[in-house]
Ligand binder design. Sequence first.
Ligand SMILES: Nc1ncnc2c1ncn2[C@@H]1O[C@H](COP(=O)(O)OP(=O)(O)OP(=O)(O)O)[C@@H](O)[C@H]1O
Ligand SMILES: [Mg+2]
Length: 253
Amino acid sequence: MPVLEVKNLRKVFGENVILKSVDMQVSKGDVIVILGPSGSGKTTLLRCLNLLETPNDGEMNLCGKDYNLKKVTGKEKLEIRRKTSFVFQNYNLFVNKTVLQNVTLGLTLARKVKKEEAEKDGRDLLDRVGLTGKYDYYPAQLSGGMQQRVGIARAMAVNPEVVLFDEPTSALDPELVGDVLNVMKEFAKSGTTMVVVTHEMGFAREVANKVVFMADGVIVEQGEPHEIFDNPKEERTKAFLNRITNGSSGKEA
Ligand SMILES: Nc1ncnc2c1ncn2[C@@H]1O[C@H](COP(=O)(O)OP(=O)(O)OP(=O)(O)O)[C@@H](O)[C@H]1O
Ligand SMILES: [Mg+2]
């Protein structure tokens, strides 16, 4: 059974239909990469999956529990957010909190974990993302790549069922991308379930078990990385892949 499933997910902004009846399944341990042109709805889809945006229609099943997304309650939103966490393109760290505080806040405030316990877990996670000794730094004292690794540690701290990454490396200088991708790869190898919007093709080929191609608010095609990259069936997928492998999207390092 999938850990997260959505059916008929629909999101409208004003007059614009941004997601048109999207169906998606995420199983435990999946690493799903979502690709697609700018404006196709990738960020909106991720934000709907953890209810940062409220969908206009759709059903969700998360860890065996059903939600009607059209009339999801505040309590249900919190429940969904507790099981999913988000890694933002621009890190979204608290600038006036230390690295360790950024990682532990979700535990001490939202989940009432004891401070000492949260700090121990926080330090362990920061060690895992290569930030030993940086616990008391403030975000502004770190490189973008380090800040994003704090963002990943924070997302992992709450022990989520699924981690949603929205272009986690696209704001970084090229030389900082590798360390962030390596951290993501390590978490993937240890069984973390991930949905990742990225145009890092190497990561998609090597780490993902499924690639989803979106355009104009629909899932055009999905499959194993080699199927999508080496043998795409849909014209829109072929055209998109040609464009990014020729480097014209501006998003490929
Ligand atoms: N809060 C909002 N209000 C109105 N329109 C929005 C909002 N958020 C997104 N949109 C619109 O929805 C469409 C999809 O946006 P989205 O950010 O999901 O695309 P994307 O695939 O993530 O693009 P990119 O690759 O540039 O990040 C765009 O046309 C965008 O202008
Ligand atoms: Mg986006």
